[in-house]
Structures are given as C-alpha cells and as structure tokens.
Design a protein around this ligand. Sequence first.
Ligand code: SF4
Ligand code: SF4
Length: 443
Amino acid sequence: MEQYKTSRYNMYQDFKEGYGIIFNGLSKNISILSTEKIEIIKSEKYAELENSTLKKILELGYIVSKDFDEKQIIDIRFLQECFDSRLDLTIMPTEDCNFRCKYCYEHFKKGMMNEDVENGIFLYLKKNLRKYNALSVSWFGGEPTLAINLIEKMSKGFIELCHRLKIPYSAGITTNGYLLTEKNFNRLVKSRIRHFQVTLDGLEVYHDKFKRTVDNKSTYGTVLNNLISIKKNSPFRNFDITIRTNVSVEMLKDIENITFLYNKEFGDDKRFNFYFRPVGDWGGERVKKISESVFKKDLYSLVYSKLSEVNCKLNYRMYYLELKNNIDICYASRFNSYVIGMDGTIYKCTTIFEEECNKIGRISKEGNIELDEKKIAAWTMIGIKKEAICEDCGLLGNCHNATCVADQVRGKGTYNCPHLKNSFGDILKLVATNDEYVDYRED
Ligand code: SF4
Ligand code: SF4
C-alpha cells in the first residue's frame, strides 16, 4: 500500500448519519461514502479496505500513486483553458438599460452601438476568424434586448461567416427579462442564442425593491409572466434558461417560499435551472445605499445551507457545472476573450468599465484591433502566477486564482477566492441532493 497516497485535492463534507460527501478537485468525482471509509482515506490506512473498494476509490481519484504529480496536471489544464483558441466575444449592443437596479455597477452614459463599431467587429472577424477554432458570443449590456434588431442583424452575419469558414458558433445572452416576450424570445432563439440568463429576485416584494424600470415602475410580474409564457408556448427545445436570484439578507427567511414558487412554475421543465447568489458588494456607488441587504463574503454560505435544508429540490445544474468544469475561470482571464463596448472600446471585465486597467484596446471601423499587451498580460498572468496559498487548495483545479481577477489586477490583494470557497460544503450538499450529479454512492 506504500505505493499510494491520498490526493491533495480531496474535499470532504458531512452529509447524514454515517455518511459523508467527498469531492476531488482533479478527477471532479463526487461520491457519498461511509464515514469509516472517509476516515481511512484521510488517515491513509488503505490496508483496511477490501481490494474491490480500494480499486473503486483509486478509480475515483481519491487515492493516487505516490509518484503522481497532481498539481502539474491542474497547471496544464489551466494553461489549456487560458489559451484555448476559441474566440470569446462579449458584445454590448447598447449600454443603456430600461432598469435602474440598486446594486448595479453600470453608469448608462452611453447608448446604442453605432454602425462603425458594428462593421468594425464584422470586418475584424472576416480577416481574423480563421485563426480561431470556434466563435462564442455573449450578448450583454446595458440591456441587450433593447437592441434586438441589431442582435438579429449581427448574429446573421456571424452565423454566415462561421458557416462559410466551418467554425462552430455558439451564443448566449444576459438579460433582465423585461422585454423577453415570447415573440422576442423566439427571435433570439432563431438567431442561434441558446443560453439565457435572466434575473428574478424571488418574490415581488424583493425583486421590485431593487429592480425597477428607469421610470420607477414594478418589473417582477412582467419578467415572471414572460418566463412562464416561454415555458408554456415556446416551440423550441434546444435552449436553457438560468434563473438567477440575487439573495439579499432579508430574503433569507423566504427561501423556502421562493423555491416552492420556482418549483411550481418551472420545476417540471429541464430547460430551466436555478442559480442563487448572495448579494455582495459588486462595486460601484449605488450598492453603498443598500448596505444592510448585502452579505459579507464569509456569510455567503448561509444562503446555500438554507437552500440545501429546504424541502424542495430544484435543478441546480449551474453549481454542478461549477464543480465539474475542469477549470472554471472567468472570461476576463482568458487570453482570447474580449468585451466590446457600444463605442468600440475593448475591455476584459464586465464590471469595472471606468477603470483604465480594464480598457485594453479599441476596434476601428476598418476592423483593426489595437490592443495594449501590457494590460492584457496583467489580466492573464494572475492565474498563471497564482499564489502560495493556492498550491494545496482543494479548489485549485476549479479556480487557479482566476475565477475573478479584477481585484488583483487593480492591486487590491494577490488572490481572490470565489464564492465556492467559503460555501463549498453547503454547495456540495446542494448538488448531492440530486442523484444525477453523484458519481458513486454507498448510502
Ligand atoms: S474579473 Fe471578476 S468582476 Fe470581472 S467579469 Fe470576471 S468575475 Fe466579473
Ligand atoms: S484563489 Fe482561493 S479558492 Fe482559488 S485556488 Fe487560490 S486559495 Fe483556492
């Protein structure tokens, strides 16, 4: 048994009487094992295991050969993801918005994208897309559905070009859902947008407190009804909608009611999945006015423990993917990822638009991109360099200190753990409530 060691990337969580959950950050396997077996793995007393169990545990990656350098594999996977030759474009067809959310960091100073920028993007792709192995577009804003005509027009151009060059194309959109009527939704799906993220903050009382139209009207009913109508009437099967719920401190007491409501309206439809995120300080001035509703980072896990306790299971695929993705880094740390503003400014990150370190270049109407290599290097190198604390972290294989690099680039600290870190055990429990997401179980 001396030839084996316990993986340095195992993470453990109590589950129920006599059983625990074990996750490995390299193999990504999630298992429910008896507490005795988990103790044996932790204490490396493998001789106490039957041969067939030892074989299974080796297969799941919780025990590895002594000479296996796991960190090297994780580093290589990170580099592969970081320099993957897929081109990721986050496009802001407008920077205007029909909402004024209280926790939003955007400034809404600029309006619609003009024709010069639109043509510039297309000409850039015409000249350069061959260098890449795929094109992935994320429509962002402002509120992108305000520019639905432009999205349709640009998508048509991208799809035709990709088809001609035989390059795979994919697209998604982040929207507040207010204009996502069934008709608009179907137009977007026909424009090959397959992934939708819509924010719905649980119940009317919470949603409308933070998310109101520019002229201060309620928005909850419209967004919810749009989603219900898409679910009932859309002829398409090939899309997914993630309902993102920003959980404020006061919303915690209603988590059960919210999950029951979501379950009643969407629970029987696999195209819908649910992603709850504690409201944190995401920057900007506006959030300072709602400080009593904002969670401190070390209390994020309260949200997930509450969700795993309630007696209503939703489709938590997003958390599962966060665990399972080989390296789940932010697009801002990927080399071939650009955010293009309506005026042609190129950014790395979709939050700190006003900061110089985020303005990495500009696209001209002739389709030339001028980039500041020094700034790009700063965004890319954070994950490559990582930090001593990351070396033995169970989440190195998910995060690599690159799930959110904005603070490090701005010089506010040298590492930034994702929400997954503080809330890991509770998120793991949430995922393990769904049999589909457990690779091996003994209970
Ligand atoms: S770097 Fe951080 S703040 Fe910027 S887009 Fe990525 S996750 Fe968001
Ligand atoms: S940033 Fe935090 S969660 Fe990410 S690898 Fe480093 S220590 Fe782990």
